[in-house]
Design a binder for this molecule. Sequence first.
Ligand code: DAT
Ligand code: MG
Length: 153
Amino acid sequence: SENERTFVMIKPDGVQRGLIGEIVTRFEDRGLKLAGGKFMRIDEELAHEHYGEHEGKPFFEGLVDFITSGPVFAMVWEGQDATRQVRDMMGETDPADSAPGTIRGDFGLDLGRNVVHGSDHEDEGANEREIDLFFDEEELLDYERIDENWLYE
Ligand code: DAT
Ligand code: MG
């Protein structure tokens, strides 16, 4: 549906490298609608919850250290098939495997510094879980964008 919401986050490397505007622009240009945004620092507890599925893996501690190392920009984007479309725009998990034109393929080289997070479209419920973890309901806004009638048939 056109109201599908997905959780996206610009990681500390993306913030430090000044890529917030560039990345937001890509989603806006695509026609996705911003429903919420929060510039914040992730603490240890939130990092463990957010990346719970990776607990116990060899890269887990490094991942937690990285994601808590500086501010992130957490967002919710809305639109038709939003979760899969955002994942496609992000590229592969490893920037080295990501096609040019994708965010990770254009702005990254290293697996552990891949600029952006998006909910896994193959993990049923990941979106809702991650949105709930980062946002209160009243922080997500319902409104119409002026170009909506031209974006959808
Ligand atoms: P994605 O972020 O594409 O959903 P994921 O959920 O499998 O990928 O992993 C979460 C993050 O953990 C990923 O963005 C980068 C890091 N990561 C994944 N696999 C890794 C590995 N083998 N070595 C180091 N970091 C890894
Ligand atoms: Mg993932």
